[in-house]
Ligand binder design. Structure first.
Ligand SMILES: [Zn+2]
Length: 190
């Protein structure tokens, strides 16, 4: 099968050019069918992050999993072979990192973006979880992290702008910002 690496990655909101797609297949586990994108993550590492030595060699791969944004409701998983490196000077090993994959975190930024987008359409948490292929708890955590809570200020800006905006579906929120710097002062959910 001929695969166009960049367009597949773009489809699931991955932008790291060090990711190279190896295969795409369906997998059925506990009654749920997922699409799996198998890829490698590798790049030439010039310095050891521990001792800055240049005496590095490639030292196999470690498998990692991540959740990607769903396209038609089916969960999409990334199975990534991350390059390992071994330093001959200090003996430490380290792994390839990607801006698309948070260290020790299985949710990619694309999943978070998709969750927020659905939350803004006033969908229930369980529906969002089903559409994105993540758990209710993960969906709630992403949404809560996005909500800006009001906080106290020592001094209010001289000129303030007030407005209301459609935040989640038909609900309106209150927004207040500094008229000069356009810095957000407070948002209150409707
Ligand atoms: Zn080293």
């Amino acid at each position: 099968m001929s695969l166009n690496n960049d367009s597949i990655l773009k489809l699931v909101k991955l932008t790291d050019t060090n990711l190279h797609v190896l295969d795409i297949y369906s997998e059925r586990k506990r009654g749920v069918t997922s699409q799996v994108i198998e890829a490698t993550l590798s790049y030439p590492l010039t310095h050891c992050p521990h001792c800055h030595s240049k005496a590095l060699i490639r030292n196999g791969y470690r498998l990692a999993h991540a959740k990607l944004p769903s396209i038609n409701g089916d969960p999409i998983r990334l199975l990534v072979h991350k390059q390992r490196y071994l330093c001959h000077t200090c003996g430490h090993t380290c792994g390839a990192r990607s801006s698309n994959l948070k260290f020790n975190h299985t949710l990619t930024p694309g999943v978070a973006q998709q969750t927020i987008k659905l939350a803004k359409q006033s969908l229930a948490g369980t529906t969002i979880a089903a559409l994105t292929g993540i758990s209710n708890t993960s969906a709630a955590r992403i949404i809560n992290a996005e909500v800006h809570r009001p906080y106290r200020l020592k001094k209010l800006p001289e000129n303030l702008c007030f407005d209301e905006f459609r935040s989640t579906g038909k609900h309106m929120s209150f927004i207040c910002c500094d008229a000069d710097s356009h810095r957000l002062v407070v948002t209150l959910p409707g």
